[in-house]
Design a protein around this ligand. Sequence first.
Ligand code: ADP
Ligand code: MG
Length: 266
Amino acid sequence: MDTLASISSIKVVEPQNPILEVKDLHVVFSGFKAMKGVNLAVGDNEIVTIIGPNGAGKSTLLDAIVGKSPVASGHVYYRGQDITNHSPYDIARMGIGRKFQNPNVYNELSVFENILLALKGTHSVFASIKSKLTRVKREKIELVLDRVGLLDKGFAKVSSLSHGQKQWVEIGMVLAQDPAVVLLDEPTAGMTPDETHLTGEIIKMISQNHSVVVIEHDMEFVKQIAQRIVVLHQGEKIAEGSVRDVQSNPKVIEVYLGREQIDIAA
Ligand code: ADP
Ligand code: MG
């Protein structure tokens, strides 16, 4: 019965040969220390979930990894290579894909066209839509649509989709770039419970071929997908481990889980 125990028993230790590694990372915004010495290691095919109160620095951590927030000190390594403060374009090209908090999709185009535009080597909207699709590209797009559960929606205009489906289109656009590491910032924001659950299943499937780092605040969802959880608070990592480890950590209860329970009760 105890699925939590079985989930908790896997991959709660840091990987030996991380594909992505963050060491003693500091980010400073005009004197404000948003990230104060964070360490993180992500292994192949691993799902690492980041939780923490608003303003903890979760998005900043992902921003620093992809070169969007300047790293004041510390390092980001990808496959052992130092990529600290490389350009977002270079980091994306190397293999780290990032989905932002708000869906960034082309509403007037079809789901299929949105994925097509995200494929590597596609540069112009009109050129790529008008040009003849190669079989390789078509199959690739269909594979991505299948992964995000939208195979039957390929011809639908994105504007006709639900909010949750739009989020899946954007996850598909990230996957279309063949990243080895997928970073997802609150992918279930604004979703219905059913959509949230499906997103969890999508993320678990994605982790069969990619490493995934997910920022999330819905604890039910965290339990559904979580292997290893990292808890951030005021720019620092205050806990790391299984669902059970962090749920029983007094500091985590004090700054995050306890408060969330009060929020729910209110
Ligand atoms: P989270 O995603 O955990 O809610 P963020 O990483 O967005 O938190 O923000 C962490 C802290 O850094 C917050 O206090 C936020 O106001 C601040 N911050 C984030 N981005 C910037 C920025 N570009 N300039 C100044 N302050 C920022
Ligand atoms: Mg955030």
